[in-house]
Design a protein around this ligand. Structure first.
Ligand SMILES: NC(=O)c1ccc[n+]([C@@H]2O[C@H](COP(=O)([O-])OP(=O)(O)OC[C@H]3O[C@@H](n4cnc5c(N)ncnc54)[C@H](OP(=O)(O)O)[C@@H]3O)[C@@H](O)[C@H]2O)c1
Length: 336
């Protein structure tokens, strides 16, 4: 059995989802000869560390009871630098101003010889090539399936399952909150403000929804797709962005009369007519991109396999953890 020592930075919805996934999948992982041991977990309150393996159930319970997982004087950076482990899982908040704290955590992890798996878009949307160079320089792996589309596999689909194909373009709905708002406005003829208010009450939209509804979240995901699948060298500033805040029930109803729906579509295309854009678009009602509710969807156009479409849950604790777990397994299979 190969022991894999992990740290988890950030112990919110995703970090706890990773801990639960590791607990749930212990037997499954052992059939793959993988024995995961979490040696450190941190949140804003501090860290808990156990060289022999943190008791994950107790850590989740402590977090829920006291608000913090901390059980030592150590910080997240102490864990990354000083506690021996193979893979650092970064599940800290997305910040598109400077990428922190995830950016520094990732750099320090690479410099200390640790592979990194992350769900945090911010550092990748701002400093993708710098991070990849640092991982390469230190001979470690950097994987980030969970940053684009939550549970929905896009990066692994394009890079592994569709290996040998050239991907010419990717179009998709990459933000569940916007899709929920537009779907309900379409189905019920309600105003943007009304549906946004209800989405906030249901916890589908944040108190400050601007990051989602202005298209910023989708733009960050496009940057990651553009750089990792198309080999571009773009950052968030290169994306042409229009959000959904100006869409009216009248425009949705006019679209409906023509057999169309309006969706917030992220689009990236390589080549001379290269595009990296987020904007509301008319989509025929029976088109594969016309998915409803909070679902995400991506349509990849490839040279040999033709169009390939994948849809699924773009967010959620255990859903996002599933993408993180798949990256951990991929690193382990390559002998971590
Ligand atoms: N939730 C999803 O469905 C989803 C899906 C895909 C991607 N993501 C991405 O995954 C990341 C985590 O999302 P989430 O929903 O789990 O967020 P969350 O619930 O807000 O959790 C974030 C965690 O990071 C911790 N944290 C904040 N600053 C820190 C620091 N300086 N050092 C160490 N830990 C720190 C927080 O500590 P406290 O608990 O002490 O506040 C919290 O435990 C985000 O980047 C998000 O965009 C989330």
């Amino acid at each position: 059995m190969r022991t894999v020592r992990l740290s988890i930075m950030g112990f919110g919805a995703v970090g706890q989802g990773v801990a639960r996934a590791i607990l749930q999948k212990k037997d499954y992982l052992s059939t793959m000869d993988i024995e995961p041991i979490v040696v450190g977990i941190s949140d804003r309150g501090g860290a808990c560390v156990e060289a022999g393996g943190v008791d994950l159930e107790a850590a989740i319970e402590r977090k829920q009871k006291t608000g913090s997982v901390a059980a030592s004087d150590l910080t997240a950076l102490d864990v990354i630098k000083d506690i021996d482990h193979d893979i650092m899982v970064d599940a800290t908040p997305t910040n598109i101003e400077d990428g922190e704290p995830g950016y520094t955590y990732m750099l320090e992890a690479f410099r200390h010889g640790r592979h990194v798996v992350t769900s945090n878009k911010g550092p990748l949307a701002l400093k993708y090539s710098m991070l990849c160079d640092e991982a390469d320089k230190n001979g470690v792996k950097f994987r980030f399936e969970a940053t684009v589309g939550g549970a929905m596999p896009i990066l692994n689909l394009a890079q592994d399952a569709l290996a040998g194909n050239s991907v010419m373009s990717i179009e998709g709905i990459l933000n569940g909150t916007c899709n929920y708002i537009l779907s309900r406005m379409t189905e019920e003829g309600l105003s943007y403000k009304h549906v946004l208010g209800e989405a906030q009450e249901l916890g589908i939209a944040e108190t400050d929804p601007s990051y989602d509804v202005e298209g910023i979240d989708t733009a960050c995901k496009l940057v990651i797709l553009a750089n990792s699948i198309f080999g571009m060298d773009v950052t968030y500033d290169d994306v042409d962005i229009t959000g959904i805040t100006k869409i009216t029930p009248e425009s949705l109803s006019l679209a409906g009369a023509e057999g169309m729906v309006i969706k917030l579509i992220g689009e990236v295309r390589d080549g001379n007519d290269g595009i990296i854009r987020v904007a509301p678009k008319l989509v025929p009602k029976n088109h594969p991109l016309a998915v409803g509710g909070t679902l995400n969807v991506a349509l990849l156009r490839t040279d040999m396999a033709g169009p390939i479409c994948v849809k699924g849950k773009g967010a959620g604790s255990i859903e996002t953890a599933s993408a993180i777990l798949s990256d951990i397994i991929a690193i382990c299979k390559n002998r971590c």
